[in-house]
Design a protein around this ligand. Structure first.
Ligand code: NIG
Ligand code: FE
Length: 416
């Protein structure tokens, strides 16, 4: 007998498909009023009008939720986070408020390196416990899939420790979430290799990639001026691709360097940040089908201009939105604020924003086949809002509109 979940009286809105929605497709949500959803053993078997709902299937464990007309959407996908880290950096936040820049703090040995120092001395258990608390808050905001990066080890031992923490959380049935691991050994050049970027890249290729193979789906790099520039990035990413990783890039975050163009050239799944992307980068990514993962909370925190979401969408690209939760450039995992910033400052419609946080986020993780929309055959990752209309999401600025969170057919959060 199957475990069955039935949601009745639902105002369902969802993007539709098994791949990223591009350009004007992003605004097209399929809406079913007076709808119902049936999920059996965590898989959606019916999503349509209540009137056409098939006979309630025989079930041993049957949960029926009356949505009472509320808006029902796919669970959110946070496809870019630095969830695992030691320590905090509130001092740097204050220095930035007084005029210091993110890169000048990094060049003085603070920034990422300071979190590296703290992460190297922290145990796996304590990294896991800290992350669990963040995940708990993320689930309450409707997140059902999270990407988590390593990248605060910058030596093989600590990178493996971070991936162990991520994979422990991923395999923990209690977490209620789907977690995808990304190897980000190329997050910065560690102090041991200062001035020897090429040698660090050599070491990552020779030692780290073989060591982390099988422990992360994606390989990511901070392609940035004075960090890993284009040639080093290309060399590293080619080796990562050869080793079987799918590719992501932190691209054109601080200056225009050509990271977007490189992502397109290498067939990366996504390029992320893109605050300073060139017009050619946008065109190349749209043509190559690289998802543009935009992180408005980081632009907000660093007081930088927002990424050109409109240009990406108007040029036929697929945009995803994510939080970038990390202890430095963006210590926030707020989905409500991400939604508000996307709509208020990036010119995205609420429909585009929903697609960006669901199906396109799933596509940025290579998961569009199994999650990101409410359709038969997909996993039942579903949220019920407090309101009948999803348009409340950006309007209730920075506030959580999510009432019930369902991950793979089970209720994992209930905000009353
Ligand atoms: O996505 N830019 C590089 N990485 C992170 C920040 C990491 C940190 O400051 O600790 C980002 O913004
Ligand atoms: Fe990041």
């Amino acid at each position: 007998m199957k475990k069955t979940l039935i949601i009745k009286n639902a105002t369902i809105s969802t993007p539709v498909g098994h791949s990223a929605r591009k350009g004007e497709e992003m605004a097209a949500l399929h809406t079913i009023s007076e709808g119902a959803i049936i999920a059996e053993d965590g898989i959606i078997t019916y999503a349509g009008p209540m009137a056409d709902m098939p006979e309630t299937p025989q079930c041993s464990e049957c949960e029926i939720i009356d949505a009472e007309g509320r808006a029902v959407l796919p669970g959110f996908v946070d496809s870019h986070t630095h969830l695992i880290f030691g320590g905090y950096r509130p001092d740097e936040f204050e220095w930035r408020l007084k005029g210091d820049s993110y890169m000048s703090i990094m060049e003085r040995g603070g920034g990422i390196q300071s979190t590296v120092n703290a992460t190297r001395t922290e145990s796996v258990d304590s990294l896991v416990e800290k992350a669990r608390r963040f995940l708990h808050r993320m689930v309450a905001m409707g997140v059902t899939t999270v990407e988590a990066k390593s990248g605060y080890g910058l030596d093989t031992t600590t990178e493996l420790k971070m991936l162990e923490a991520i994979n422990r959380l991923a395999n923990d049935p209690q977490s209620g979430l789907r977690i995808v691991a990304t190897f980000l050994g190329a997050h910065a050049v560690p102090k041991e290799y200062k001035g020897r970027t090429g040698e660090y890249v050599d070491m990552m290729i020779a030692e780290m990639l073989p060591a982390v193979k099988g422990k992360a789906k994606f390989c990511d790099i901070f392609t940035e001026k004075n960090v890993f520039e284009i040639e080093d990035s290309r060399r590293f990413l080619l080796a990562a691709r050869e080793a079987g990783f799918e590719l992501k890039l932190h691209a054109d975050e601080i200056v225009t360097l050509g990271g977007a163009e490189l992502a397109a050239e290498l067939g990366a799944v996504s390029a992320d940040h893109l605050l300073h992307v060139s017009d050619k980068g946008i065109a190349d990514m749209a043509r190559a089908g690289v998802v543009a993962t935009l992180l408005p909370l980081t632009a907000f925190t660093l007081k930088e201009p927002y990424a050109p979401a409109r240009k990406f969408i108007d040029n036929g690209a697929a945009v995803a939105l994510a939080t970038d939760l990390n202890p430095g450039s963006c210590f926030s995992g707020s989905i409500p604020l991400t939604i508000a910033l996307a709509c208020i400052y990036m010119g995205m419609s609420i429909e585009e924003t929903i697609t960006a946080l669901t199906l396109n986020g799933a596509a940025a993780l290579g998961l569009a086949d199994i999650t990101g929309s409410i359709e038969p055959g997909k996993q039942a990752d579903i949220i019920i809002l407090n309101y009948p209309n999803y348009r409340m999401l950006p309007y209730y600025v920075g506030m959580n509109c999510v009432r019930t969170v369902i991950s793979r057919g089970s209720v994992v959060a209930q905000n009353d």
